[in-house]
Design a protein around this ligand. Sequence first.
Ligand SMILES: Nc1nc2c(c(=O)[nH]1)N[C@H]1C(S)=C(S)[C@@H](COP(=O)(O)OP(=O)(O)OC[C@H]3O[C@@H](n4cnc5c(=O)[nH]c(N)nc54)[C@H](O)[C@@H]3O)O[C@H]1N2
Ligand SMILES: Nc1nc2c(c(=O)[nH]1)N[C@H]1C(S)=C(S)[C@@H](COP(=O)(O)OP(=O)(O)OC[C@H]3O[C@@H](n4cnc5c(=O)[nH]c(N)nc54)[C@H](O)[C@@H]3O)O[C@H]1N2
Ligand SMILES: [Mo]
Length: 775
Amino acid sequence: MTLRPSTSHWGAFSAEMAPDGRLRVAAHPEDPSPSPLLGNFADTLRHPTRVAAPAIRRGWLERGPGSDPGRGDEEFVEVSWDEALDLLASELRRVRDLHGNEAIFGGSYGWGSAGRFHHVQSQLHRFLNAFGGFTSSRNTYSHGTSAIVLTYIVGSSATLLQRGSSWPTIVANTELLVAFGGLPEKNVFVTPGGVTRHHTPGFLGELGRRGVEVALVSPLRDDVPADVGAHWYPIRPATDTALMLALAHTLISEGLHDKAFLDRYCVGYDEFERYLLGLDDGVPKDAVWASTITEVSAADIVALARRMATSRTFITVTWSLQRIEHGEQPVWAGIALAAMLGQIGLPGGGFGHGYGSMGDTGDIGPELRAPKLPQDSNPVQEFIPVARIANMLLNPGTRYDYDGTVRTYPDIHLVYWAGGNPFHHHQDLNRLRTAFTKPDTVVVHEPYWTATARHADFVLPTTVPLEREDFGSGRRDTHLIAMHQVVEPFGQARDDYAILAELATRLGIEERFTEGRSPRAWLEHLYESWRKDLLDKGIPVPSFVDFWSHGQYELPAGDVERTVFADFRHDPVAHRLPTPSGKIEITSQRVKSFGYEDCPGHPAWLEPSEWLGGPRAESFPLQLIANQPRTRLHSQLDGGAVSQAGKVAGREAVRIHPEDARTRSIGNGDVVRIFNDRGACLAGAVVTPDLRRGVVQLPTGAWFDPAGSLCLHGNPNVLTADLPSSSLSQGCTGQHVLVEIERYDGTPPPVTIGQPPHIARDRARTSDVPMRDNS
Ligand SMILES: Nc1nc2c(c(=O)[nH]1)N[C@H]1C(S)=C(S)[C@@H](COP(=O)(O)OP(=O)(O)OC[C@H]3O[C@@H](n4cnc5c(=O)[nH]c(N)nc54)[C@H](O)[C@@H]3O)O[C@H]1N2
Ligand SMILES: Nc1nc2c(c(=O)[nH]1)N[C@H]1C(S)=C(S)[C@@H](COP(=O)(O)OP(=O)(O)OC[C@H]3O[C@@H](n4cnc5c(=O)[nH]c(N)nc54)[C@H](O)[C@@H]3O)O[C@H]1N2
Ligand SMILES: [Mo]
């Protein structure tokens, strides 16, 4: 028995099956801050919700493909792999022949698992491309709004999303760090593809030790680690833009803005200044104006603006702030404010995006991409912005605005999902349930009986990384990690690759999909061609055999000191930005020309529909923050020990302020019902002064457990609105929703999602138990 190397989105580790049959997991020896999420592996490897065998929804088996309200409610029938794959291959052919490849939705958004070869979306996209293509999705739930608007402000989204200033440069130079959305430590353990040395928790600790002044602007006090000693501005959610505008207004009225910087490096400042001063609408965006919106006092706003102007100031905005209606505005206003301070491009000054959102933001590993599976090109041009999935399924043929264009939703007949959980990640899940009844056929590859698997027709069981071989490395990772197989596959589970290869054989595209390679042959092939590129650049890299037996390869070191836009500041002509003007666009004539009411040409305060100052708050007076969970990655391994330890009364924990709890007679540990006009969920109350009054917090990712329109387990997306951030970006807005909460009296119905759904082992007989015990 030996520990074998592996990695995950939350870090590298090694694992073995102990003689008692339990998985033993050890953190990577070079990791200074291993993720607590490693504790979720052991109990989930052989969890009762693992999918053991291929299964097909009974209604699909008996009535064939077609829109079906039974989807998500009916039982499943176990079938052999051959039967499942034969049926699926002919269904794929039927849909393609009758409706064309556009009718197949293969966007398949989601985080799947780390590992470069078994990267699920790459596998599926490669397969569907070989089959003639598919309707795809663009951008992410993470920062789909910034990905669009940043291209207009600074010309590229990657500059800020992937190459921001480094933490060592910040901790050494910044005097005042103004953190909109905070720097939540819980998030920085995660980086897509893995991370071997978690440096970022250490950098957060440095802030406190070096005495960097941190202004925490957030409804939650614990969005900055306690030992940093931040000053807390408990802002009303969704109003950060108003605060930024007032800070900017204060700079103007006190003559503290850097006119030389604005002239040399920016365009469109004058138009923005007219707006700030209220020259056209009669509303100066001053501190008094903002204090009524934000509930941060005018005196605090003025004092903060003065300190920002007299210190080396770094402004950060978490990604959560753009995952709301009008999510462009806090990003754009933050950049405009940083430009007015004139410190963009100076060490420790300027603007950053996603510090405290992801482990790699500001990290110091190399920017060296690991080997990856080629997907080939998609002959189908059709796509949707990723978060418009329900609109697409519900409204084929309907037109909508997107990024200066007008698009039409395609008519989807088959949905193919592998490596994502839309019944975790999408908004207004009751609406998504209706949307998922529309297609002829829904196919899901999953290791677990997630809510998405339960809403499919074909559920194909897949392996998890510990059951196969791969290699992994995240963005700015310090290592490429060999991922050795630790256990045999569970039940009849197969690799996604093996499933798709079998389908490819049936569809006559096997050679194109597999190129005749086994998984091990692919690993060697991908590694060796990557290695050759690096050797050509003079970087020594071991052979595959040596890498595999050593279990890891330490990549060459990355830049420790890094200041974003330093080149541009040094020479704005030689390093012009890829915007139309070559400068930072505080007003964008292009965005203005689109004429969108929900995203004008410069940063502006636009009232959202879900906020505490609006009319909807009269019916639903609490703002729910649906942020990322501390105890797991999204919905993954919700059955694991760390995730389970965070549950209260067997449900997801909702945090509520003592005053809001008192007026509702809610005590610590009570089961509560959280509701609005879209749905409701049960959760377990945690009463705490760590959030401001009027705000409750329920993280995402508790497995959706629907009983009618009620989720028994506490998934916030049963409450959220399926609204876009704006016509410009059509981004996800799941972070905020208005709700009311009441104590649940009596015996609450039990959570059922920890058990598999009803599965008939024999096609002729239904299982004896009804699909749902508690509806
Ligand atoms: N209300 C609200 N909603 C949100 C957000 C929010 O802030 N608020 N945040 C959004 C964000 S930023 C994101 S990124 C999304 C995340 O949404 P998702 O990425 O969809 O969530 P995950 O739970 O990571 O889903 C990954 C799925 O892949 C499966 N999987 C793991 N390994 C394999 C494999 O090898 N093969 C196959 N076939 N499957 C595998 C897992 O079991 C899991 O079900 O959620 C979004 N949703
Ligand atoms: N442990 C863990 N880490 C993760 C993930 C996970 O699932 N689990 N997911 C990863 C992924 S895919 C992503 S995209 C990133 C997401 O990174 P983010 O989107 O930045 O993360 P969140 O935790 O959703 O939100 C950060 C904080 O923003 C604050 N906030 C919310 N609304 C407002 C507001 O209106 N104003 C202000 N000032 N603050 C507000 C909340 O208090 C919240 O704690 O996290 C990554 N890291
Ligand atoms: Mo994300």
